[in-house]
Design a protein around this ligand. Structure first.
Ligand code: TRP
Length: 453
């Protein structure tokens, strides 16, 4: 067992490796595809404010909790709870996380498949000469068309498992160090093009001028859900990653760095999308297709748009991959560590299971669109319930565990690395995980459940 873990521990070659992996998990389709569409559905600036508050007030504390639990125990989410509280039901948090991984991967791989199709369309000059109406139509026809979306989805899932099998070492670290900054630069270029379009002002107002009357419990729920989704928290992914963080690394700094980068990319993507949305006369509440309809328009309107579109979709695909490997990794880590099975067969068998569950999401936008659960097709159901119910519930249990069950001294040692001078930070953290986060998450969870009855 010990050897086993030692072997795994050199999975990350440098100190930055695991932080890079966690940032790679956080930054993904959640920032560029989901954030703008959920913000658009929830009225814009008011949502943004709640989102930012949720990141700082709940998100960072949950992330720190997950990191601490992982580093303390050196285990996956399930094993960590088993070790800390052996004769209790806390391990169910780990099980829930595994369930969430299946739900998220199901629609995540659908959208990643769209990204691959759009990369292909970008390369083959297919956006050129299309206006908003035809881009919209083409998107809708494509996602409902069955075969290609399914094929892309399978390719994406197989790619994910291939990377997980080869080990996460070099791939993620490099992609985070080099490719994420490149993604950042391309988004900045998109931002510049977008805010200089005629009519851009309306989009910026939508994004930054809050109408506080738009803050409803639903908006709060969706903002918290998006914060959880975007930070990859609430299902123990970061417990697994935390187990790889070295003892002398500063957990607070790491959590703040990851959350800041993630939020910055989401914000920039909002600033790239919304001015264009309004300038091109697209409805801000168009749903999951929002970015896929808006961006090709924008590429059509910029110098060297062809090159930028290719770069953009390649980078988005890589960002999606570094996130999806974290989703597969939670399940792989669980199965390999708890049942002592080998990584390779586990990853491949799991990828077939993921393909089957993924089909539910993809086909629910086409030939299976008549199948509804709680009035939603599978895609929307998995998207909505994972972000707005499962992750916040996981987060709720994690903060209760951290605030009320974990040994306070041991926790303080993890978070402060034995340095006394940051005591106040620890106190702020404890206040959030003991009182603020549990209360808010509990209320929101009940509210979310109520929506189904
Ligand atoms: N955070 C990722 C994104 O924004 C999605 C994701 C990856 C995720 N792993 C996760 C979400 C674990 C929740 C939990 O694209």
């Amino acid at each position: 067992m010990k050897n086993n873990r030692v072997k795994k521990r050199d999975g990350f070659s440098s100190k930055f490796g695991v932080i890079a992996a966690a940032a790679g998990s956080a930054i993904g389709l959640g920032n560029i595809w989901r954030f703008p569409y959920v913000l658009g559905n929830n009225g814009g600036a008011a949502f943004l404010i709640i989102y930012l508050i949720a990141i700082v007030g709940i998100g960072i504390p949950v992330m720190l909790s997950e990191f601490s639990i992982g580093r303390m125990t050196q285990r996956n989410a399930f094993g960590a709870f088993k070790q800390l509280k052996p004769k209790s039901a806390w391990y169910l948090v780990g099980i829930m996380g595994i369930l969430a991984a299946f739900l998220i991967m199901s629609f995540y791989s659908t959208v990643a498949g769209w990204t691959m199709e759009y990369l292909y369309q970008a390369i083959t000059h297919q956006f050129q000469g299309q206006d908003t109406v035809s881009l919209d139509l083409h998107f809708k026809e494509f996602i409902a068309s069955g075969t290609m979306p399914v094929i892309w989805q399978m390719i994406f899932i197989l790619l994910t498992s291939l990377i997980v099998v080869m080990g996460i070492k070099n791939g993620i670290e490099k992609s985070t160090k080099i490719l994420m900054p490149m993604l950042f630069v391309i988004i900045i270029i998109l931002v510049i093009r977008s805010i200089t379009l005629t009519g851009a002002g309306q989009g910026l107002r939508f994004l930054f001028t809050p109408d506080f009357s738009k803050i409803t419990p639903m908006v709060i729920l969706e903002a918290i859900g998006q914060a959880f989704f975007s930070l990859s928290i609430g299902m123990g992914v970061l417990i697994t990653y935390g187990s790889y963080i070295q003892k002398d690394d500063n957990l607070i700094k790491s959590a703040v760095f990851i959350s800041l980068s993630d939020t910055l990319i989401a914000l920039l993507s909002g600033i790239a999308i919304f001015p264009a949305v309004f300038a091109f006369g697209i409805e801000p509440n168009s749903g999951p297709g929002l970015v896929f309809i808006t961006l090709p328009n924008l590429f059509n309107q910029m110098p060297a748009g062809y090159i930028f579109s290719i770069f953009f979709f390649i980078l988005l695909l890589i960002a999606a991959l570094t996130s999806s490997i974290s989703l597969l990794e939670v399940v792989v880590a669980f199965v390999t560590e708890q049942f002592h099975w080998k990584r390779k067969p586990v990853a491949f068998v799991l990828s077939f299971v993921f393909i089957i569950t993924g089909l539910l999401s993809t086909l629910s936008l086409g030939s299976w669109s008549h199948i509804k659960v709680f009035g939603l097709n599978f895609f929307d159901l998995f998207d909505w319930t994972s972000a707005n119910l499962l992750l916040p519930l996981g987060g709720l249990l994690i903060v209760i565990f951290t605030g009320w069950v974990l040994n306070r001294k041991a926790l303080q040692k993890e978070i402060l690395n034995g340095e006394e001078k940051r005591q106040w930070l620890f106190n702020v953290f404890m206040f959030s995980v003991k009182y603020i986060s549990p209360v808010i998450l509990f209320i929101m969870f009940l509210f979310g459940l109520g929506l189904f009855s």
